[in-house]
Design a protein around this ligand. Structure first.
Ligand code: PGA
Length: 264
């Protein structure tokens, strides 16, 4: 069975005081919900880069076990040099991250992260031994025009065709329909399952083993009320959570639901 992952993307939210409060509640609910029992579940916190050190420092004091890891929200396509404002893969690694998001729809729509840039970012991460979480997803317009699969396939193919099977196997995919992000609208479990299955079929064109083993997360308005039915779907291996990840009790409830889905 594939391992489960729930990642919490804080986006551009939080400050030093928030981190302290967050970690204190995080510890409480981690114990209360007995997250330790879910050995197949990985939990990834994705804070703004400037807060990563503070989250780690505070979390260390609450010593949750090795299930908890950290990710960057973005990474530079360059390794070092005169790129003001950028953060390299080596820097993320230095600050204890094992992962980074790549190609989040907000990066694609607002900051011009096109496929060629995304491929370079993934190369940087892999060169440092970090694992990319590649975000894919169609807009509402594309879905309404019946082009959701074409869009997701084209985003996926541009990365799939740029890496060997061995390299691509280090990626986790997050399917996040753009119309469901931050809108309160989630894809139905059936709609999400259908796209996850489709994503595996695209990956299967490169390697059927890889299609079976690659972790595919769902993202877009996931909360503790809708997560369980999503996690019951065969091809959904966890979630990338935005807004709900800012509330530790809510976030860890989603994690617990994901952990339980691995046991059943
Ligand atoms: P949301 O964000 O859960 O707030 O919809 C998900 C994401 O953008 O990763």
């Amino acid at each position: 069975m594939r391992p489960k992952i729930v990642a919490g993307n804080w986006k551009m939210n939080g400050d030093l005081v928030f981190v302290q409060d967050y970690v204190a509640s995080f510890k409480k609910y981690w114990n209360e919900k007995r997250l330790d029992q879910f050995s197949d579940l990985g939990v990834i916190i994705v804070p703004p880069a400037i807060l990563i050190a503070s989250v780690q420092e505070n979390i260390k004091a609450v010593s949750v076990n090795g299930q908890l890891e950290f990710a960057g929200q973005n990474v530079s396509e360059y390794s070092s040099g005169a790129y003001t404002g950028e953060i390299s893969a080596a820097m993320l690694k230095d600050f204890g991250c094992r992962w980074s998001l790549v190609g989040h729809s907000e990066r694609r729509a607002l900051f011009g992260d096109q496929s060629s840039v995304i491929v370079e970012k993934i190369k940087q991460l892999l060169a440092e031994g970090l694992r990319p979480i590649l975000c894919l997803g169609e807009t509402l317009e594309e879905r309404e025009q019946g082009k959701a699969e074409i869009c997701v396939k084209s985003q996926l193919d541009s990365v799939l065709n740029s890496f060997s099977v061995a390299d691509f196997s280090k990626l986790v995919i997050a399917y996040e329909p753009v119309w469901a992000i931050g809108t309160g609208k989630t894809a139905s479990p059936e709609e999400a399952q259908e796209m996850h299955k489709f994503i595996r079929s695209v990956v299967a064109s490169k390697s059927s083993d890889l299609a079976e083993s690659i972790i595919v997360l769902y993202g877009g308005s996931v909360n503790s009320g809708n997560a369980e039915s999503l996690f019951r779907q065969n091809d959904i291996d966890g979630a990338l959570v935005g807004g709900a990840s800012l509330k530790p009790e809510e976030f860890l409830e989603i994690c617990a639901q994901c952990g339980r889905s691995a046991l059943s």
